[in-house]
Write a protein that binds this ligand. Sequence first.
Ligand SMILES: NC(=O)c1ccc[n+]([C@@H]2O[C@H](COP(=O)([O-])OP(=O)(O)OC[C@H]3O[C@@H](n4cnc5c(N)ncnc54)[C@H](O)[C@@H]3O)[C@@H](O)[C@H]2O)c1
Length: 398
Amino acid sequence: MAALLHGLAGSMCKMCGASAWRRGNEGVVANDAVADNVTRVISGRRPGPGFRAAEAEGGWRMADAVRIGMIGCGGIARPHVRGWKSIPTKARIVAGADVDEGSRQWLRSEVSEVRLHDGFEALIADPHVDAVDICLPHHLHCAAILAAAQAGKHILCEKPLCLTLAEAQEISEAVERSGITFMAAHNHLMWSGVQEAARIVRDGQLGAPIALRTLDCGRTPVRPGQPRAQPGWRADRARAGGGELLDTGYHPVYTMLFLAQSAPTEVTAMAGRYHLTDLPAEDTAHVLIRFADGAIGNILTTWAFRMPTGNPLFQVVCADGEVFGRDHTIAVRQGDAAPVERTLPAVDSIAAEVAHFADCVRLGQRPLQTHIEATMALRVILAAYRSIAEGITVALPR
Ligand SMILES: NC(=O)c1ccc[n+]([C@@H]2O[C@H](COP(=O)([O-])OP(=O)(O)OC[C@H]3O[C@@H](n4cnc5c(N)ncnc54)[C@H](O)[C@@H]3O)[C@@H](O)[C@H]2O)c1
């Protein structure tokens, strides 16, 4: 059985005492069998609008499975739907929306009783839906989040949160005003290797972090104008909001912020286009982040080439050792000793993500990452774009 993975970012850092900006995470459940054992209900949190609640153990929990509406039934919706179907006692898909008929019919082939809508507005107005799973092109995230929050629907939203900090501010106000549960779909944090690395760094056994590195590299097999990338929104800067860095690059950015023990203060970046030459933006980015505790992080993210040989996906070098690894493996070097490698339970990161969201909605808990952490990742990425455009190091507000 997969392990219960503990939330790692909620407590104060033992080394620098500086994680107040990333507060309140309560824990991640790796799979449904483990999630069934989670019965603790956070007291003092009342469910938001549209919540069909029952009292339990001094708190509140949703009486039935959460009724999910899929918004966008394209590429990433596939593993999301597979995840929802694996937790029928906690959540079930009751509705789906897509402007594309083929995508709507695909959802019906997966969930026979599903109510289909041809736009997200109609799905959000559907009274049979408790929570929405937003898998839309980037430029539609903000409008869909605002409409769903206004309607009192809980929200799981794919990265990026939105395109600008002004949109992020609007989202923050709408989510906090509505009292709904908002979870950022930062699925790489569900990997057991990332969870364990963050626990080790936070526990301080390796000393203070000095140098961090995260990577997400892969050669994209299609070009933006080709059919698999339909409707071609990634080739349109207005709809994509940026290039690889705002898209796949979101993963190594939020992962680095999760592993670091302090707030980012400065960003320097460079970018290039090597493979997707008709993309109106970068397909590769290198980002350096300075943190308040003095540590420096280094991100490499690309659609232009495979993972460079010999690299871990994440690495934190500390004063007295280092921890590094991939999704389900981890290695720890203490002092001058040889690194000790461990294999951890394999986790389907998207199935774990949707199960965690269902738990949070049903139990009234704060998700591992919300609009707050998603805004911080966006802030870093937008600072990186400014650094690339102006050739400067960009200071982040304290
Ligand atoms: N976590 C990950 O690893 C991962 C991987 C891929 C994509 N994503 C994210 O998922 C999101 C979607 O990406 P994708 O690759 O699935 O894109 P996609 O183009 O394959 O799917 C988007 C779907 O939204 C539909 N759509 C467009 N406008 C709509 C509207 N107004 N109402 C309803 N449906 C509408 C499209 O018809 C399409 O089916 C993006 O935010 C992307 O960054 C995450």
